[in-house]
Design a protein around this ligand. Structure first.
Ligand SMILES: *[C@@H]1O[C@H](CO)[C@@H](O)[C@H](O)[C@H]1NC(C)=O
Ligand SMILES: *[C@@H]1O[C@H](CO)[C@@H](O)[C@H](O)[C@H]1NC(C)=O
Length: 416
């Protein structure tokens, strides 16, 4: 608390520039329409633009798994469950597979949690193979394209590479059977084997009701300059340091722990969501993956995300004008973060806050239940609709086969 007051005092005694800043940094009252085509894309209604057939699978692929561990409903990969529920009652769903543009296989591949709640993807490859085997023998549609008109939700850290350690994930690569499918995933990094062309990058799941419950008055001044709560080091998994977050988080701590403009700590306060609404900038550095739920929280709470993750591919990047909302800082420039942030012109900060205040931005980051227009479910559908019509070349001749059913680690070939 004392630290925060100190920051506010500092903001006030900076130059006139900053004094104006301290008064103006109220949560933007006005919102700004998003310029260009991006805004219009976010407002698109997918209904009428695509039809999705949902395969009926035995409940051991989805509902039974969830019954075993209801924590899967609240962790950051819960989109795989909510998207299934959403599609079952969505007007884009068709019960006639002959008229479907897209086929969806509801497998909860990320719902296998350790006692501490960490999702382990070790069974996922076998589960996916088993589900694909099932749909390909019971319906003709998989064989017709070997998955090129099928989409899968694979929200785990390294998506369909199905390993939580990056080097192992890279070694594994995308599960061979999924190499023609469209993958809907949180993992987004350019030139990475676990992200292929045509994938749809989505935000991680952050609980909408809980966030809603912590909203504070929009007129609350933003008196915190830079805010961050989370790990700087992961001593357990990276004892020597430098590997976790490629050293970027460690660098934030080492350079700015004593800087009064930086309200940073590993302690997670109960006022975490409120604090983000009192902050101008929220740091969103990479961790083990390039993204974290902070990105969603920053957007929802109108705190300008400072994205530190080289080569990140952001959620719905073809629809959300991330350059207008956030600040991008190269990992190597973390030691200059203070100078970078204090030299951003105030008009630019205010403009970013106005774009952030646009409800379409927040809506696109969330998976609310019940679903709402323009939410993340709808953005996924919009992304799928934009990939239509399918190129004729995806359809295989009868008997033609491209995928190799026995490729991949032998362990994956065991039945599930
Ligand atoms: C699809 O192909 C596989 C192997 O190539 C075959 O075993 C299966 O019966 C085919 N499915 C249908 C529905 O014909
Ligand atoms: C499929 O993959 C297996 C394992 O890598 C390999 O032994 C086999 O030759 C491949 N089959 C074809 C047709 O390429």
């Amino acid at each position: 608390m004392r630290k925060r007051r100190l920051v506010f005092a500092l903001l006030l005694c900076f130059s006139t520039f900053w004094r104006i800043g301290a008064f103006k940094f109220h949560r933007a009252q006005k919102t700004e329409r998003i310029s260009g085509s991006a805004g219009d894309v976010l407002e698109d209604d997918p209904v009428g633009r695509l039809k999705v057939f949902v395969y009926e699978l035995p409940s051991k692929y989805n509902k039974k798994i969830l019954q075993k561990d209801p924590r899967c409903l609240t962790h950051m990969f819960a989109a795989e469950i909510f998207m299934h529920r959403f599609l079952l009652s969505s007007p884009v769903r068709t019960l006639n597979p002959e008229e479907a543009d897209w086929f969806y296989t509801p497998v909860y591949a990320t719902c296998d949690l350790t006692p501490n709640g960490l999702p382990l993807p070790f069974k996922s490859p076998r589960m996916m193979r088993s589900a694909i085997q099932l749909i390909s023998s019971n319906w003709p549609y998989w064989n017709a394209t070997e998955g090129a008109d099928h989409f899968f939700i694979v929200p785990h850290d390294f998506a369909a590479c199905f390993h939580y350690l990056e080097e192992k994930a890279i070694e594994r690569g995308i599960l061979p059977l999924l190499q023609r499918a469209t993958l809907v995933q949180t993992f987004g990094q350019r030139n990475h084997v676990c992200l292929k062309d045509g994938s749809i990058i989505i935000p991680p799941y952050a609980p909408p009701q809980k966030m809603q419950a912590h909203l504070i008055s929009p007129s609350t001044p933003r008196s915190i300059f830079v805010y961050f709560r989370g790990l700087f080091y992961d001593v357990g998994n990276d004892p020597e340091g430098g590997y976790y977050a490629r050293g970027a988080r460690a660098s934030v701590w080492e350079n700015f722990k004593d800087n009064p403009l930086f309200d940073i700590s590993t302690e997670h306060p109960t006022t975490y969501y409120e604090d983000m609404q009192r902050a101008i900038f929220c740091l969103c550095p990479l961790g083990w993956a390039p993204w974290s739920p902070r990105l969603v929280e920053a957007v929802v709470f109108g705190c300008i995300p400072v994205i530190i993750a080289d080569d990140i591919v952001l959620p719905f990047a073809d629809a959300i004008p991330w350059e207008d909302i956030g600040i991008f800082v190269a990992e190597k420039d973390v030691p200059k973060l203070d100078t970078i942030l204090t030299s951003i012109p105030i008009e630019e900060i205010l403009r970013k806050q106005r774009v952030l205040a646009n409800p379409s931005m927040k809506q696109a980051m969330l998976f609310p239940h019940p679903a709402q227009a323009r939410d993340a479910f709808h953005q996924i559908l919009n992304g799928l609709a934009r990939k239509l019509p399918h190129d004729r070349s995806i359809y295989l001749r009868s008997g033609e086969s491209i995928l190799n059913w026995t490729a991949g680690p032998v362990g994956d070939l065991k039945p599930w």
